[in-house]
Design a protein around this ligand. Structure first.
Ligand SMILES: Nc1ncnc2c1ncn2[C@@H]1O[C@H](COP(=O)(O)OP(=O)(O)OP(=O)(O)O)[C@@H](O)[C@H]1O
Length: 351
């Protein structure tokens, strides 16, 4: 980790501790952070994840990035790059040792994602979706099989991969712009320049005008957009999202889905979305991968042949409805197995 990154990371930790204290106090800051304990806990987890990823984020600037800065922070789109980045998951299995014995979370999962493709993974609760997500993000070790990014087998966080998490992950003590600019701060990009870049991504997620707000002054959907912009700002070629809209109401979820659809179509990023929501999976994806209930295996991959560029109104078409019904047909069987197992263990616990 270089000096600038270490400084940014220490500053973040110090800000976090300081604001944890403020939370107990009175006054404006206490108002801003009141009832934000959950948020602070999540921020702590985010810091830990940043710590895991900060090593590569602090790496020296590539020529492309130098050019980007010289040309007034012009966005470098994934589609403009010549290097072919695919994601290959080959025969991945993961077992956890628990008090009840060994749990096989995922079992022999293989699939690949082409450059610029949008793939969703859908499956019943507990089928290992998040485990796959964490393995791809390099946050879990000790699995069998391999993950290959752009032809290179990875064994930890990779510079090409950006992650958006399900839970609240904004830093509550930082304004929107300082949240979004954080990865650039870690990279050592000067303040004025990082604000220029951050504003572009804030605009892309539709939050222009809210740059100086704190996360507690935003709605849940807006906070999640801040988290998405903060991930996009370091221009990952592959974007992984683990149920990013799970905590949102249905309308916000659909509107945010439209936003993500547009961003992905503009940036042409290779994207993997973990979701429980069939409508969302069909609306956004080129392919939907259905997982079995425990142990999680690939049950089936459905090609979504709906036209692109897709608009939000695609959800009203007959073809859309047929895809939803087809996926639900496969999923129902797995969800029913999950439900039956949960009822059995509840009965055993009660016996
Ligand atoms: N760190 C861990 N230690 C022990 N068991 C774990 C761990 N992480 C996951 N598991 C177990 O592995 C299985 C798969 O969990 P995972 O969170 O990947 O499923 P999921 O499909 O993402 O579930 P959900 O949709 O409810 O979020 C579950 O049985 C879970 O209890």
């Amino acid at each position: 980790m270089d000096l600038a990154a270490r400084r940014s990371y220490r500053r973040l930790q110090a800000e976090h501790l300081h604001n944890d204290d403020r939370d107990k106090g009175k006054g404006r800051h206490a108002r801003i952070y009141r009832n934000r304990k959950q948020c602070l806990r999540s921020a702590r987890r985010t810091i830990v994840r940043f710590e895991a990823r900060i090593g590569f984020m602090s790496g020296s600037h590539s020529e492309d990035e130098t050019d980007m800065r010289a040309s007034g922070a012009k966005l470098r789109l994934a589609a403009d790059t010549t290097d072919e980045i695919d994601l290959v998951i080959q025969d991945v299995s993961m077992r956890f040792n628990t008090r009840e014995g060994t749990v096989t979370a995922v079992d022999g999962v293989s699939f690949e994602i082409k450059r610029g493709e949008f793939v969703s993974i859908i499956g019943p609760s507990g089928c290992g979706k998040s485990t796959v997500f964490n393995i791809l993000g390099g946050l879990v070790r000790g699995y069998d099989g391999s993950v290959v990014v752009g032809g290179e087998r990875i064994s930890g966080p990779h510079a090409s991969i950006g992650m958006v998490f399900q839970e609240e992950s904004t830093f509550p003590w930082r304004t929107v712009i300082d949240n979004v600019a954080f990865p650039l701060e870690v990279k050592g990009v000067p303040k004025a320049e990082r604000y220029v870049i951050a504003r572009k991504f804030i605009d892309m997620v539709g939050l222009t005008g809210f740059e100086q707000r704190y996360p507690s002054e935003l709605s849940g959907g807006m906070r999640q957009r801040v988290a998405i912009a903060r991930t996009l700002v370091f221009e990952p070629k592959i974007l992984l999202m683990d149920e990013p809209f799970a905590a949102l109401d249905e309308q916000t979820r659909v509107l945010l889905g439209d936003k993500v659809l547009k961003i992905q179509q503009d940036l042409r990023q290779t994207t993997l979305l973990i979701t429980h929501n069939i409508t969302e999976a069909v609306q956004l994806s080129d392919r939907v991968l259905i997982m079995t209930f425990r142990p999680g295996k690939v049950k089936r991959i459905v090609d979504i042949n709906l036209p692109r560029p897709r608009q939000g109104d695609v959800v009203g078409s007959d073809a859309f409805g047929r895809y939803v019904a087809e996926i639900w047909n496969d999923l129902r069987e797995e969800a029913s197995r999950g439900m039956a197992e949960a009822e059995d263990s509840a009965r055993l616990r009660g016996a």
